[in-house]
Design a protein around this ligand. Structure first.
Ligand code: SF4
Length: 290
């Protein structure tokens, strides 16, 4: 008899010879027994897909909500922010690669323990839980269980995400999510393909679905020479405005990291000019990392 796995994953199908196909995100990893998905967070164990990062918390902090960044959702409040490990995009400029592309030491939490920590922190001004630091959509089962429990206890749930998730799992989670900050890394397929090993259209789909269900803000990390072209910023802002001109856009400076020691960050004046350009389409545009 196959050993029972501790944390079964949702959203996958089995095929012949104990192979599985993960259906959580657009990569659709096909995994033989023993193989781990591209996100590092899901593994085929004897013909069943398991979540490897369920309850594995690598980072935990009580952060100001503006750091998520969320400017127009409960401004001034604090949010208990938790992250695990793994990511389903492979951005060469990743600002958090130590937990997104590796498996650092973690502390184990049950959903009850994390939600109870969040409730304790309410005395200090905490309003709920933010799933952040690494990619929360590939922490799916744990995030879902925590989010359901947190809502029952009157807490808010926030996702800080790359938006790279399939429609069905996203729709199952959205009723429990109050706010999202979604990365829109650029407005070209070329950028997503070359720099992140992903596809833009799925991220657009998440932004549109998210905005119809909860408060959404969007972040674009600007890398000089890669995604700071004026025409592209105008196009990005226009596309976002076609979803809603009320969606706040954060244009943030990157810092050289991971596989990209160059270029140096954008200068502040240029960042302000690009923000001004985006304001032609959107009501709320903020600059970040300045
Ligand atoms: S969630 Fe992970 S295992 Fe599943 S398809 Fe995406 S990258 Fe592959």
């Amino acid at each position: 008899m196959a050993p029972q796995i501790k944390y079964p994953a949702k959203y996958y199908e089995k095929s012949s010879d104990r192979n599985v196909k993960c259906l959580l995100c657009p990569h659709g990893c096909k995994l033989k027994p023993g193989q781990t998905g591209l996100c590092l967070a899901r593994r085929n164990i004897d013909g069943e897909l398991a979540s490897l990062n369920y309850g594995q918390v690598t980072s935990l902090a009580l952060d100001p909500i503006k750091k998520k960044p969320l400017k127009r959702f409960r401004p001034g409040s604090l949010i208990l922010s938790a992250g695990s490990f793994g990511c389903n995009l492979k951005c060469s400029f990743c600002q958090n690669w130590r937990i997104s592309q590796q498996q650092p030491p973690a502390e184990t939490f049950t959903p009850e323990q994390l939600v109870s920590t969040a409730r304790e922190a309410a005395k200090l001004g905490n309003i709920g839980l933010a799933y952040t630091y690494n990619e929360p959509s590939i922490w799916y089962e744990f995030v879902y269980d925590c989010a359901v429990l947190a809502h029952k206890q009157g807490l808010k749930n926030i996702l800080v995400t790359n938006g790279y998730i399939n429609r069905e799992p996203l729709q199952e989670l959205l009723p429990y999510i109050d706010a999202m900050n979604i990365d829109l890394k650029a407005i070209t397929e070329n950028f997503y393909h070359k720099m992140c090993k992903g596809k833009l259209d799925y991220v657009k789909q998440t932004i549109a679905l998210g905005a119809s269900a909860c408060h959404v803000e969007v972040t674009t990390l600007l890398i000089p020479g890669y995604n700071d072209d004026e025409k592209e910023i105008a196009e990005l802002a226009q596309w976002l405005a076609s979803v809603s001109e009320d969606i706040p856009l954060h244009l943030s400076r990157h810092h050289p990291d991971y596989h990209m020691p160059e270029p140096q960050p954008l200068n502040k004046e240029r960042l302000m000019e690009l923000a001004q350009l985006a304001r032609q389409s959107l009501k709320y545009v903020y600059i970040g990392n300045v």
